[in-house]
Design a protein around this ligand. Structure first.
Ligand code: GUN
Length: 282
């Protein structure tokens, strides 16, 4: 069994991006700019945004975080996004999700200029991903593909079972795997007999937020296990959706939590923002 070390690869990518920022600055006199919208006081969202900001600083980006109160109006956020769309110092705009119930998230995501949509959540970029065209790809599934590539794992012809059908993780993950010629199944909350599906998988990718959802008896010998879950256990420890101790005895590769997919998400945000900056300064 081999651990897929996302922390190490994220560091490597961050260094590459940092170099890319220096080159861009020499060529154009500007650095990539990222704006983050954070609404309310959700501790997990605050923690993620904090990590994103620190990573931007390390890479030499210009970054700004717009913190807004929980009871903010739709109109105020829309005006802020329009301002960001028109601000030439900004190459990327990220709206940290989830948003409070009074906000129409879909409408906001559609308002972000597609060429600044570094999260890849705008329908324009979603469409480009599903048709196999270049565009912005959501950071977490993109990070998973980079991690597989780093360990020379080719998904072509493999049975990939994605557990979770969110717009942020499951659906783009499935598109990327399909684009890479895997045979893809998407399981979700209404899937009957999850084990029947996962037992047939050469690769299991799970991101639903349920501790120990994937157990040893649900995976086949030698499977590749990608744990995209992040949960806080009762002990306070961060854990994924996979019973690591049990499953790691049986699989060929596995991502740990923490230190697997999580750091890759941030590295890909940097990479997407540098890509946006390069394209926006052409
Ligand atoms: N909330 C959970 N994951 C993400 C992500 O990748 N991007 C944004 N914007 N919000 C999230």
């Amino acid at each position: 069994m081999q651990i897929l070390d996302g922390k190490a690869l994220a560091k490597k990518i961050e260094l590459k991006v940092t170099n890319g920022v220096k080159v861009l600055k020499e060529k154009t006199g500007r650095v990539p700019g990222l704006a983050v919208v954070l609404v309310g006081h959700d501790p997990a969202s605050q923690a993620y945004v904090g990590m994103k900001k620190k990573a931007c600083d390390r890479a030499g980006f210009y970054s700004v975080t717009h913190e807004m109160p929980e009871d903010i109006s739709q109109e105020t956020i829309e005006n802020t996004i329009t301002m960001m769309n028109n601000n030439p110092s900004l190459d990327g705009i990220l709206i940290q999700l989830p948003l409070p119930a009074q906000i129409d998230t879909t409408k906001l995501l559609e308002l972000v200029a597609p060429n600044k949509d570094v999260d890849g959540f705008h329908p324009f970029n979603v469409g480009r991903l599903t048709t196999g065209l270049d565009g912005f790809v959501p950071c977490t599934p993109l990070g998973v593909m980079e991690l597989l590539k780093e360990y020379s794992i080719d998904v072509k012809g493999k049975n990939a079972v994605v557990v979770g059908a969110s717009n942020i993780v499951g659906k783009p993950m499935a598109s990327l795997l399909l684009n890479a010629d895997a045979t893809v199944e998407i399981c979700h909350i209404f899937t009957d007999d999850l084990k029947k599906h996962t037992l047939n998988a050469d690769i299991v990718l799970v991101g639903v937020g349920v501790i120990n959802l994937i157990k040893e008896d649900m995976v086949k010998e030698g499977a590749i296990i990608i744990d995209i879950g992040i949960n806080r256990a009762e002990s306070g420890k961060l854990v994924g959706d996979v019973d690591f101790d049990g499953v790691s005895k049986k699989c060929s590769y596995i991502t740990p939590v923490p230190g697997g997919v999580g750091p890759m998400t941030i590295a890909m945000l940097l990479s997407n923002t540098l890509k946006a900056a390069k394209e926006n300064t052409k």
